[in-house]
Design a protein around this ligand. Structure first.
Ligand SMILES: Cc1ncc(COP(=O)(O)O)c(C=O)c1O
Length: 368
């Protein structure tokens, strides 16, 4: 029996990795007397836009708000449909439903766990206004096919980038493909803050203007309430922390990728279906999820070995009471099957090498 205990994630370690800089910056912001929509937000938005390769970013209170406001700003509402995936966190579909629009769920690709772009066309109707791909677990969806399809049908693309800050396809960063990208800075995300936070990316100046109004009670630059808005501002403290972490996002993602590469090499030989991003696709492994036949037994055995695991997601959304009645969907067999076989192993940048080795070798031995 090893004396190693591996948590699924460890946010104290994540804080320790940045502690001196974060502590200094928190003191600085606290002493500034300016806490809402000030210079730290502006600086972070600019740095994020440069990183993502987009013209504008708008920082908001959460990833859920980022999705919701992006959909509102795109003019989507009652009577409209938005095509998305059933294998995602509830916020993806909640954001659609908050606007009065209906989510249409399309099955996933068993290799990427992302929406199967080949099935989208059949779900398009005259009511369709947008396609909302989720770059699940940090792996980009098939954006080339999705953008082509959206152009052909004259619908928008809103990317759910909650789990994928820094992921890319052929060097183009996710969040820069569609009309808007919605990011989450929930603490466990690849780029996480010390609470809730989110951001929208866009190249469209009109969408940028409207989103700045929507996040701040509908107030225009001239101080007029021009629309029904929300209170959804990221605060200065979180922006200051995020600016520090953004400067090191590539290093953090690289560490996740190293850990994943080690897991891949050990576990694929042991019979697990491991993630295999196609050529040119840069996966950032927000979660490391494998498919195994008897995942409940594996989880119990890993728990006995002091290795924490998690299920993303044990049920696709259409199997939940609420969404089973509100969404439109056909057969979703792959999502249902994947939900029964998936299990996520610990992966976070501050994991130590002996923890990584222990997770890989223990899991492989259990699967053998
Ligand atoms: C795929 C996906 N979309 C949206 C969200 C919502 O983000 P937040 O928790 O910041 O509201 C999450 C967060 O867990 C997510 O994983």
């Amino acid at each position: 029996m090893s004396d190693i205990v591996v948590p699924f994630t460890d946010l104290q370690r994540a804080y320790e990795a940045f502690k001196p800089e974060i502590d200094d910056r928190i003191r600085e912001v606290a002493g500034s007397g300016k806490y809402i929509l000030g210079e730290y937000i502006a600086a972070f938005e600019q740095a994020a836009a440069e990183y993502l390769g987009v013209k504008h970013t708008i920082a908001v209170a959460s990833g859920t708000d980022a999705l919701h406001l992006a959909i509102v700003a795109a003019g989507i509402g009652p009577g409209h449909e938005v095509i998305t995936t059933p294998f995602t966190f509830a916020a993806t579909v909640e954001a659609i439903e908050y606007t009065g629009a209906r989510a249409v769920l399309v099955d996933i690709d068993p290799d990427t766990f992302n929406i199967d772009a080949n099935l989208i066309e059949d779900a398009v109707t005259p009511q369709t206004r947008a396609i909302l791909p989720v770059h699940l677990f940090g792996l980009p969806a098939n954006m080339k096919q999705i953008i082509d399809l959206a152009e052909r049908h004259d619908v928008l693309v809103v990317e759910d980038c909650a789990q994928c800050f820094g992921a890319a396809i052929d060097g183009q960063v996710t969040g820069s493909f569609g009309h808007a990208g919605a990011f989450s800075f929930y603490p466990t995300k690849p780029l996480g803050c010390l609470g809730d936070g989110g951001l929208i990316s866009t190249n469209d100046p009109a969408l940028n203007r409207r989103l700045r109004e929507l996040r701040n009670h509908g107030i225009s630059e001239k101080g007029e309430h021009v629309t029904l808005g929300f209170n959804s501002r990221l605060d200065e403290l979180q922006a200051a922390v995020l600016q520090i972490k953004l400067a090191r996002i590539n290093d953090m993602n690289e560490r996740r990728r190293q850990i994943a590469a080690h897991y891949n090499s050990v576990l694929s030989d042991a019979g697990a279906k491991t993630p295999r991003p196609s050529h040119g696709v840069h996966h950032v492994y927000a979660y490391y999820t494998i498919l195994v036949d008897d995942r409940d037994t594996l989880r119990a055995q890993l728990r006995d070995a002091e290795i924490a695991t998690a299920l993303y997601y044990p049920k696709p959304l259409h199997k939940h009471v609420h969404f089973s009645t509100t969404c439109r969907f056909g057969p979703l067999n792959i999502a249902e099957q994947v939900a029964q076989q998936c299990v996520s192993l610990p992966i976070f940048p501050e994991m130590k090498d002996d923890e990584v080795d222990y997770v890989a070798s223990t899991t492989a031995a259990l699967l053998a």
